[in-house]
Design a protein around this ligand. Structure first.
Ligand code: CTP
Ligand code: CA
Length: 222
């Protein structure tokens, strides 16, 4: 058996990752969410442990086992994820926002199950906090902050716009218009944009990709 050696590039470092979807309640039995599987975030958490980091994983509802050595914090809503992220970020060296955070939540959560009424239903949604932008805006103990951008068009332009607008240190851009990569897949290809470099990583298994991403981050830390 050939086990590839992984360098302990993150020994002594704390890494906090958000992963999976968020779930925004409409009433006691219904919610708004998305198809994020959490696989990329979980692979990053495992890669962080392999490279010697202390890893916190703030996870939305997913069907994945907790990687060995990872401290997992379960959340449901974007507001809960925001609270946990801001609590852990100042004691983290690196923060990776891999979660597919719901951009909006219901303005009001019905206390009782909503009853079917007319032929149309209008829901009023309000914007959720931008978790990674708030982490990147920390004035003290700000971690090296890495975002993800899943795009279906103009991938580089949108991703670089997010890097700048959210004041991130790096963004991992993901072209989800291509079949077999990204959402729910075991494989992914990424382009990593930072302010002074661009690195394209070809399609590969998410666990191997995660090691490459963590390695790229570690290189920027020193
Ligand atoms: N993100 C976040 N909090 C939000 C929305 C997004 O932390 N409320 C993070 C994601 O985890 C990801 C990055 O921001 O790291 C980009 O997410 P994305 O959905 O691509 O960007 P948005 O700013 O929400 O823009 P849009 O959905 O309109 O493309
Ligand atoms: Ca979004």
């Amino acid at each position: 058996v050939c086990t590839p050696t992984v360098q302990p590039l993150l020994a002594g470092k704390t890494l906090t990752i958000t992963a999976g979807p968020t779930r925004e309640a409409l009433d006691p039995v219904r919610y708004i969410s998305n198809h994020s599987s959490g696989k990329m975030g979980y692979a990053l958490a495992a890669a962080g442990v392999a490279m010697g980091a202390t890893v916190n994983l703030i996870s939305g509802p997913v069907n994945l086992p907790t990687p060995v050595g990872v401290t997992r914090i379960n959340v449901q809503s974007a507001q809960q994820m925001h609270q946990q992220a801001l609590a852990l970020a100042p004691s983290s060296d690196i923060f990776i926002g891999c979660a597919a955070v719901a951009d909006y939540r219901a303005a009001d959560i019905a206390e009782q199950k909503m009853k079917k009424q007319g032929d149309e239903l209008t829901l009023t949604l309000v914007k959720n906090p931008d978790i990674i932008a708030d982490v990147a805006a920390l004035s003290e103990n700000r971690p090296f902050t890495v975002g993800f951008a899943a795009e279906t068009q103009d991938v580089a332009t949108y991703a670089q716009g997010k890097l700048k607008n959210k004041k991130l240190d790096m963004i991992c851009a993901n072209d989800v218009s291509v079949q077999g990569q990204g959402f729910n897949s075991d494989n992914n290809a990424l382009t990593l944009f930072s302010h002074d470099s661009t690195q394209s990583i070809a399609l590969m298994k998410k666990d191997k990709l995660a090691l490459t991403v963590i390695e790229a981050i570690a290189t920027k830390l020193v």
